[in-house]
Design a binder for this molecule. Structure first.
Ligand SMILES: Cc1cc2nc3c(=O)[nH]c(=O)nc-3n(C[C@H](O)[C@H](O)[C@H](O)COP(=O)(O)OP(=O)(O)OC[C@H]3O[C@@H](n4cnc5c(N)ncnc54)[C@H](O)[C@@H]3O)c2cc1C
Length: 335
């Protein structure tokens, strides 16, 4: 069955990135259809669950810190619009080993961005957080006071509701099977054929396969992430009232490990790894836009990323510097 209507924008994937992209497109006055393969809410992408960490601190990747200033503002706006708490400010403790620049870079980056922070040397770190045990080679930490937790599942539902309120169409339980490029793009799902002037692909861990089908060979690796919970020995020790989100660079081989206070389940503390984004237009069809590669850190920036993707789709120029997020840094196009 084919729809007569030609949408301004079709967004594929109703995770946090796709939902925010659809919201911004609709807000810009564009007719928008958001397609999701699973019935909502679903737990098979990356955006479900109760919490995600949020922070300004990004080591030497200052471009993310700049984007975070806007992201914090947008999360607050969503709280106001939906009239509920979506963000808990606990601070975020960035721990670094001796001999690496991570702590200095983080402090410099926060200072430049005028984000409040505290620096702790090795001794102060151990005194302030006696509930953590640190290896011998710890060189100190920076406490990013802006950091904390986003209540993920609640935030996802909130942005989808705001999108619908603006008149956006959300079709769940409808998988995109094929995308046929052109001035007007055809999107075939299991149920019908849609048409749009622009399509944004925000398909999370399904990106590699879908991008290959439109001629792009992107070296994306889908990783199953194990989330671990540790039981508190003394009840309340890791409560968000006194314990921040924490992260440690190179904690396990090259990986950053982070943990969050007991918020999801009483008395249980949580952990995972990280990498870089793709935010770009298709090299041959500029009306196909790709948002992918968010891996361990895409949630916090979704409000800004969604705005960038929707601007690329509707022909506007985002104010952010997108040179870090180009597709051609690792694609082979077969077109
Ligand atoms: C355990 C874990 C912890 C994390 N911790 C943090 C954190 O602390 N801070 C942080 O900022 N980020 C964190 N992240 C990363 C963050 O959650 C993700 O980067 C973000 O949720 C990605 O959102 P997305 O919308 O791109 O992808 P997803 O949420 O995976 O959404 C993609 C959607 O596309 C749909 N889709 C796919 N193919 C099709 C198709 N053919 N047709 C229709 N629909 C389709 C899928 O069903 C899915 O719903 C974490 C991730 C995980 C897994």
């Amino acid at each position: 069955m084919a729809e007569e209507r030609v949408y301004d924008v079709i967004v594929v994937g109703a995770g946090i990135v796709g939902s925010y992209t659809a919201y911004h497109s609709c807000r810009a006055g564009k007719s928008t259809c958001l397609l999701e393969q699973f019935p909502l809410p679903n737990t098979r992408g990356s955006s479900h669950g109760q919490s995600r960490t949020i922070r300004s601190a990004y080591g030497d990747k200052e471009y993310y810190t700049k984007m975070m200033t806007k992201a914090f503002r947008m999360w607050r706006q969503l709280e106001e619009l939906s009239n509920q708490t979506l963000f808990k400010q606990t601070g975020l403790l960035c721990i670094g080993q001796k001999g690496i620049n991570y702590i200095d870079e983080t402090a410099t980056c926060l200072q430049k961005n005028r984000t409040p922070f505290r620096r702790l040397n090795d001794g102060q770190l151990r005194d302030t957080y006696p509930m953590l045990s640190f290896p011998q080679d710890i060189g100190g930490a920076v406490l990013d006071l802006s950091g904390g937790l986003i209540l993920a599942g609640r935030a996802l539902t909130a942005i989808q509701n705001q999108y619908r309120k603006l008149g956006g169409l959300l079709k769940d339980g409808e998988r995109m099977m094929e995308i046929i490029p052109g001035k007007i793009i055809s999107v075939k799902t299991e149920a019908r054929l849609y048409r749009a002037k622009a399509v944004v692909l925000c398909v999370g861990p399904w990106a590699s396969k879908i991008l290959t089908s439109i001629g792009l060979d992107v070296s994306l690796q889908t990783q199953r992430v194990k989330v671990c919970y540790w039981k508190e020995k003394v009840k309340g020790t890791f409560s968000s009232r006194q314990f921040p989100v924490f992260s440690q660079m190179n904690a396990v081989g090259p990986y950053l490990v982070y943990g969050v206070p007991c918020e999801e389940y009483p008395e249980l503390v949580k952990n995972t790894p990280d990498e870089d984004y793709i935010l770009d237009r298709h090299p041959s069809w500029s009306n196909i836009v790709i948002g992918a590669g968010f891996s361990g850190h895409g949630f916090k920036l979704a409000p800004v990323v969604g705005e960038i993707l929707s601007k690329l789709a509707i022909g506007l120029t985002p104010e952010e510097d997108l040179s870090y997020f180009r597709l051609n840094r690792f694609t082979k196009s077969h077109l």
